[in-house]
Design a protein around this ligand. Structure first.
Ligand SMILES: C[S@@+](CC[C@H](N)C(=O)[O-])C[C@H]1O[C@@H](n2cnc3c(N)ncnc32)[C@H](O)[C@@H]1O
Length: 229
């Protein structure tokens, strides 16, 4: 989805400990990763050093990206577990748009809002709003990184956005949406709730068909004037 990144300046938003950021560096991009967790960024820097890869890592809130990142990138990427953590999706999109050079592209791959509504399949429970952006308080005792780990109970706040709200936020930020794809199968289920098919893939069964699990959005900054305002 990010296409050929060789020789490109690539900004990875919400990069966590930088694993994917460094994969894009291996593919030849000049990479910068942003996350608001200083611990995650310290781990990312450590990983880059151990891997012998050149990468910049910045501690910042993706709703308030620093001016130093403005208009510096050919590609802005964010993947898997992005917008549900964001209180202000319009500010997030404006920041992504502002980071792009004219003609640069945003690639956002994230959990589909329809799938996000589902808590469990057996029994089937849907307990999240489909969009609206209202804060949802969720008690967690684990981590998405390892389903076998049980952590001390903690409360998280997350925000549901519909496909329409996400696409509209991109448009309001001055981006042109080239493609919004909805994906009905995936090789892994980060939420650990989907049934796995005989072919090893996970799907979201609905009647005799499937609902989308992930979406991918590709949007482009204007070639002449600056997007993001
Ligand atoms: C589910 S993880 C993303 C995982 C990442 N895509 C990967 O593949 O490793 C969500 C990340 O978003 C970061 N995050 C959440 N809210 C943020 C914000 N407002 N600004 C910057 N980072 C944020 C978290 O610290 C966490 O690293």
């Amino acid at each position: 989805m990010a296409g050929d990144v060789a020789g490109k300046d690539l900004l990875h938003l919400q990069c966590h400990f930088g694993m994917d950021t460094l994969n894009w560096a291996r593919l030849g991009a000049r990479v910068t990763g942003v996350d608001f967790s200083p611990v995650a960024i310290a781990r990312a820097r450590d990983l880059a050093e151990k891997a012998g890869l050149v990468a910049d890592f910045v501690v910042a809130d993706t709703q308030r990206l620093p001016d130093s990142l403005a208009a510096g990138f050919d590609v802005v990427v964010a993947t898997y577990g992005v917008l549900s953590w964001i209180a202000d999706v319009d500010a997030w999109m404006r920041g992504a748009a502002r980071a792009l050079r004219p003609g640069g592209r945003l690639v956002l791959v994230d959990i589909h809002p329809a799938f996000q509504t589902v808590l469990s399949f057996e029994p089937f429970v849907a307990d999240w709003p489909y969009g609206g952006g209202e804060a949802q308080y969720v008690a967690l005792t684990g981590t998405y990184a390892d389903p076998s780990v049980v952590t001390a109970p903690r409360q998280t706040v997350q925000f549901p956005y519909s496909v329409g709200e996400i696409v509209t936020a991109a448009a309001l930020a001055g981006l042109t949406v080239e493609r919004l794809a909805e994906h009905t199968e995936t090789e892994s289920d980060g939420r650990h709730i989907l049934p796995r098919g005989a072919d090893g893939l996970y799907r979201f069964p609905f009647s005799d068909t499937y609902l989308p699990i992930m979406y991918s959005l590709r949007a482009v900054a204007p070639r002449t004037s600056k997007a993001g305002g």
